[in-house]
Ligand binder design. Structure first.
Ligand code: MIG
Length: 824
């Protein structure tokens, strides 16, 4: 069977963008001519000459790999933590019509491969339900002339899709969308934009409350047509490479959490960041001098607005030469950094990939001598213009280039810089001088030519093939360099571009957003979907990068973002100053309170990051992630969950002073501020004056909090209060460690267990003086003070009840507490 690409609208778009002939000839794999077991995979030969291999990477995860040319290429992936996936033992049954594969462990997924008229795959879960099936009208196909590949799957009547990394779309689910993956520098991107800076070709589907996931591991320009061309199917494909994908069936309970656990088992999990990186961060393009940087830092301390990090954008450099300082405006960087450290600040500097082409510049010469720069199609060192003028660019897909790059951090690290911000790594370049068309916001003129060469770690290829991994490999080089240079510190790197698996190396911020209410609203679907694409450490520039914000917008944004993982104000060079105190008066007071709320809840965020390392579950989640069976929760795009237990419903609309909040079904929710209890499964209206962030705790949850501190360096001496939401039973864990370094991996950490049930709290506090002391319990949502509070059977008299907040505070004299009971 053949069809021309004009019947596949998505492909037409993708092919034209890549300047390939629109009249390419597509063919399907055709019928299976032979099914051969080869170790723990089954290889299917087909009439088209293509080969399809099916294997299991776990009992609940299936891998499908189609090589159009027949012989499969090197089995290597930048996305996978261990380069190539494991294969679990198979059971294989075969007859003339179909093959059937199961993981030998049983009790997992099952794959049926229909052999005629053309190969088609159906995947079932352990209960025998169809998870996902090839669309027999459009099964796997390829174009032998161009190298393009595509597959189509049948769509359920109502099937929603989450994830896809970073998308500028305002809806929570991505059904009905056509998405392109091509890392793109997109200044001031309009709402609705796609593609943006990151490529994460992974999604979680929900149908009838049951989840599965699909990861298309292909680094070429790729696309997903999620029912836009035809609601009965979705399709994914790429301009080249193999049709190599994984289906995660979601385990026994078919949950999004299981899908993400299995996806991150493959692509890695965000390592626990240093605790200071969870503090508030202040940035500006640029703080122009060392004096200004110190002045900003001092103002935070004077005004007692908590902050941990200050960012230095490109103007700290000498003519934008990476790894240098401007000798006039930053004459004594070590002194500046020491001063910052003394005041409890950490400093992050920006580092771009472009190395100024300048024979008098030692970094450039050293890279040239090491032979690590990207070469053009003719084999010459690639030169393109960016901030420093003409630059050369390390080929981060070459191990030697990564090692060289990693080594460059020795100098700034020695000077006292604490973290690094990798920008422009899509890669983004300025348009060539001879380019006369309209200045494009994005597109091929703003990156390397597609025929530029990359090493591909021993599998050389063009930029068309490796573009999407360039930024990820840059920040990998940064992360690995820092690990080596300072093995007892946790690296903190931020990246703008990335590919699936980028979470192993860096936090991600959403680039050049705009100072508009629409963009504030966009942060929720954008960041939560990115987060459940395996990237836990995410954030957006607070206030909107590209323009001057208004006092109200900035205040609401700082408030809305207070519990997002990466919390940083940043603004562009031509905008008005933007610090929490810029607008003074009431705005300053509220901004301070927003940041203080962040610090009070920081022990909870930190616990969530520790859990992420073990489970792949991210701190930031859309409601659908935890409530996939609650129809009312699935499309909510203006609320987010922080872990399982906090629900945030920020105001993202100008002049709004009250809003509707949907509370998910199956749990009860306690208003953080008033203590009022609400049953889930309905929408309530809450007051939201400018100073109020609507915030709810799940009944039965235990949230660790701390007093307001000025920076995380003060945490060790800050006692914890455990806030317990009453009215349901539940168990929680609280994680504590040194806040930096790797001793926690050798057991230097403690996990406190808390169980709440009717009238009783049970605590399991491993004894240790090394961590923040548990100093009090607060019970939220109590209608009245109890007559008696007993700690381990003994009545205490120092409990205090705040009737307006329905909060009972019970101080603990020491940590030798096992049970607290309330007597009415
Ligand atoms: O061409 O370093 O997204 O955060 O302030 C602009 C200057 C380069 C883009 C980043 C932005 C940063 C800016 N950079």
């Amino acid at each position: 069977m053949r069809w021309s690409s004009k019947h596949v609208p998505g492909l037409v778009v993708a092919l034209m963008l890549a300047n390939l002939p629109a009249q390419a000839a597509w063919q399907t794999t055709g019928a299976v001519t032979q099914a051969t077991r080869m170790g723990e995979q089954v290889s299917f030969a087909t009439t088209s000459g293509a080969r399809v291999a099916v294997s299991f990477v776990s009992a609940d995860a299936v891998r499908v790999r189609m090589s159009a040319a027949g012989a499969p290429g090197r089995d290597f992936s930048y996305a996978l933590e261990h380069g190539a996936p494991a294969q679990v033992k198979l059971r294989f049954d075969d007859n003339a019509e179909r093959s059937e594969l199961r993981a030998d462990a049983g009790n997992g997924a099952r794959v049926v491969v229909r052999k005629r008229p053309t190969l088609a795959i159906t995947i079932y879960d352990a209960q025998g339900r169809v998870v996902v099936a090839d669309d027999p009208a459009r099964p796997m196909a390829f174009d032998a002339d161009t190298g393009a590949v595509e597959a189509s799957k049948q769509r359920g009547a109502y099937e929603l899709y989450y994830g896809f990394g970073e998308q500028g779309l305002p809806t929570m689910s991505r059904e009905g969308q056509f998405l392109v993956d091509w890392n793109t520098d997109s200044y001031k991107y309009p709402v609705g934009s796609n593609p943006l800076y990151q490529t994460i070709p992974f999604f979680i589907a929900l149908r009838d409350g049951l989840a599965y996931g699909l990861f298309f591991d292909n680094t070429w320009r790729s696309h997903f047509d999620m029912g836009k061309s035809d609601p009965r199917r979705y399709a994914f494909g790429a301009d080249g490479g193999e049709l190599n994908y994984y289906v995660f069936t979601g385990g026994a309970d078919r949950s999004p959490a299981n899908v993400l656990r299995d996806y991150t088992a493959l692509t890695g999990r965000g390592a626990l960041p240093p605790r200071w990186a969870l503090g508030y961060q202040q940035s500006r393009y640029s703080y122009m001098s060392q004096a200004k940087v110190l002045d900003i830092a001092r103002t935070f301390r004077e005004k007692k607005i908590p902050a941990d990090v200050i960012h230095l954008d490109i103007d700290y450099m000498d003519g934008y030469r990476v790894f240098t300082w401007n000798p006039t405006t930053f004459p004594a960087p070590e002194k500046m950094l020491a001063d910052l450290h003394r005041d409890g600040f950490h400093a992050v500097t920006i580092v771009d990939p472009g190395v100024k082409f300048d024979d008098n510049y030692a970094v450039y010469r050293s890279g040239r001598d090491a032979g690590i720069y990207v070469r053009d199609a003719a084999g010459r060192e690639l030169h393109a213009k960016v901030w420093p003028g003409i630059c050369a660019f390390p080929d981060f897909t070459r191990a030697a280039a990564r090692a060289w790059w990693g080594e460059q951090y020795r100098k700034p690290l020695g000077e006292g810089v604490d973290g690094f911000w990798n920008d422009m790594n899509e890669p983004a370049i300025f348009t060539a001088d001879d380019f006369t068309g309209p200045q494009p916001a994005q597109g091929p003129q703003k990156t390397f030519a597609l025929d530029v060469r990359h090493d591909g770690d021993g599998d050389p290829g063009t930029h068309a093939r490796y573009h999407n991994v360039y930024g990820m490999q840059m920040v990998r080089a940064t992360f690995e360099g820092l690990r080596q240079l300072a093995p007892e510190k946790r690296p903190f790197a931020i990246t703008r571009a990335g590919y699936a698996g980028v979470q192993r190396y860096a936090a991600v911020w959403s680039g050049d957003n705009d100072a508009s209410w629409d963009h504030l609203a966009l942060t929720i679907p954008l960041l939560t979907n990115l987060s459940i694409s395996g990237v836990p450490f995410v954030g957006a520039d607070v206030g909107g990068f590209a323009a001057t914000t208004t006092p109200e917008l900035y205040t609401r944004w700082l408030q809305a973002a207070a519990l997002t993982p990466f919390y940083r104000t940043h603004s562009a060079t031509d905008t008005d100053p933007r610090e929490p105190w810029t607008y003074g008066g009431e705005y300053e007071r509220i901004n301070k309170a927003s940041i203080e709320l962040r610090y009070r809840l920081l022990p909870y965020l930190y616990t969530l990051f520790a859990q992420n390392e073990n489970t792949g579950l991210p701190p930031l989640r859309p409601l659908a992630f935890d409530y996939p069976r609650d129809a009312g929760a699935l499309l909510v795009a203006d609320e987010y969950l922080v872990g399982r237990d906090l629900l945030v419903a920020p105001v993202v609309v100008e002049n709004q002073r009250a809003r509707n909040v949907y509370l998910p079904k199956g749990d009860a929710w306690i208003d953080w501020w008033s203590g009022a209890r609400h049953e889930g499964g309905k929408t309530i209206k809450v007051d939201a004056p400018l100073e109020r962030l609507p915030l709810f705790v799940r009944a039965g949850a235990a949230i660790p909090t701390q007093p307001v501190i000025q920076h995380t360096g003060e945490m060790n001496n800050a006692p914890l209060t455990i806030a317990l939401a009453t009215g349901a039973s539940g168990t929680s864990e609280i994680y504590e460690d040194a806040g930096d370094g790797y001793a926690y991996r050798r057991g230097a950490a403690r996990t406190i267990k808390v169980a709440v049930s009717a009238g009783k709290v049970t605590l399991d506090i491993p004894k240790s003086a090394a961590y923040q002391r548990i100093a009090a319990i607060e019970l939220l949502g109590l209608e009245a003070a109890p007559a008696t509070v007993r700690i381990d059977g003994k009545a205490v008299s120092d409990a205090t009840f705040d009737a307006a907040g329905k909060r009972l505070r019970i101080p603990l004299a020491n940590e030798n507490v096992e049970e607290i009971s309330l007597v009415k």
